[in-house]
Design a protein. Structure first.
Lengths: 77, 237
């Protein structure tokens, strides 16, 4: 019985649960973006976590490479 | 039964190939960027190079985590092979149209914005899988149409990236078609790996229990992709 209820709950989450999960997902994404992704990829470091974890070094390394080869095209997507 | 056994063998081989290819190409770790070596090959290439472009297309898809994240979302609740084939065909139709049309028609778009939309497609599908549309809008937007439309954007992204490279006019059509064929091969490989993992997981009770949380994580990935690309758009400007 308990398992069946679990299954039903998993299939029909409430509005509140969906809203909560969406907000948590967005918040987690923002934290990861500002503490790690943006410092490492672009050297954008508003919280100074990039400097603390030396992630901004990654962005610097990419920048200097780009400078040395101006004709180079980034191919991603 | 024989066909089923054969299918499982083919799938297992594909998965092994996928894992091996990831080990062989360290470039896979940096995911979505085709390596400089590949880019300079494309730029220096003259004339038709079918196997090379098939390979590049397949590599691009297998190592492209945003495409794979979207496909995970699409097939998450698809159990029947018939449905999977239908949805994946729609996705393929969508991105083939814009990949071929985009490159041949010379349509240029900002790669960051296209990639942001691709990231958004992951968020959209995760929200859909969490039953969000039916709960909040009272109806679920046609999932097949959504997959087709996002397929168009995924193909447009591929076309934009290819056009950043100076492609030779010589053998262009052959090379683009080859790249597209490669993309489909890569998609089948990636999809096979995802399906094996999902199938194993589905035999356990934890699948339905954790489906909601898994899609919330998928949504997080989508949001990160969106933020990464939007920030890139402003950083590049």
């Amino acid at each position: 019985m308990v398992e069946q209820e679990d299954v039903l709950q998993a299939q029909a989450p409430s509005k509140k649960a969906i809203a909560k999960a969406t907000v948590i997902a967005l918040a987690a994404a923002l934290v990861i973006l500002f503490t790690a992704v943006l410092p490492a990829e672009y050297g954008i470091d508003p919280l100074k976590t990039g400097k603390l974890l030396h992630l901004t070094d990654l962005a610097k390394a990419t920048e200097s490479k780009v400078e040395s080869k101006p004709g180079e095209t980034r191919f991603c997507g | 039964m024989q066909v089923k056994v054969l299918l499982i063998r083919v799938a297992a081989l594909a998965a092994i190939f996928l894992i091996l290819s990831m080990l062989v190409f360290p470039g896979a770790a940096s995911a979505h960027n085709v390596s400089k070596r590949d880019a300079s090959f494309v730029e220096s290439n003259q004339g038709a190079a079918i196997p090379a472009f098939v390979y590049l297309g397949a590599k691009h898809m297998v190592t492209g985590y945003d495409h794979i994240a979207f496909l995970v979302g699409v097939i998450f609740f698809l159990y029947r092979l018939k449905d999977i084939v239908q949805y994946v065909s729609l996705f393929t139709l969508g991105h083939s149209i814009t990949l071929l049309g985009g490159v041949l028609g010379g349509v240029h778009a900002n790669p960051y914005l296209i990639d942001a939309i691709i990231g958004f497609s992951v968020v959209y599908k995760a929200f859909d899988n969490m039953d969000g549309f039916r709960r909040f809008l009272g109806f679920e937007p046609n999932t097949k149409v959504a997959v087709l439309i996002f397929g168009l954007f995924h193909g447009f992204g591929l076309a934009t990236k290819l056009q950043e490279l100076d492609l030779s006019k010589n053998g262009l059509v052959t090379n683009i078609v080859s790249f597209n064929v490669g993309v489909e091969i890569g998609q089948v490989l990636a999809l096979t790996a995802v399906l094996i993992a999902l199938s194993v997981w589905r035999t356990r009770g934890s699948f339905l229990r954790d489906a909601f949380a898994t899609n919330a994580v998928l949504m997080t990935v989508g949001f990160i992709l969106v933020g990464y690309q939007i920030a890139g758009y402003f950083a590049a400007a």
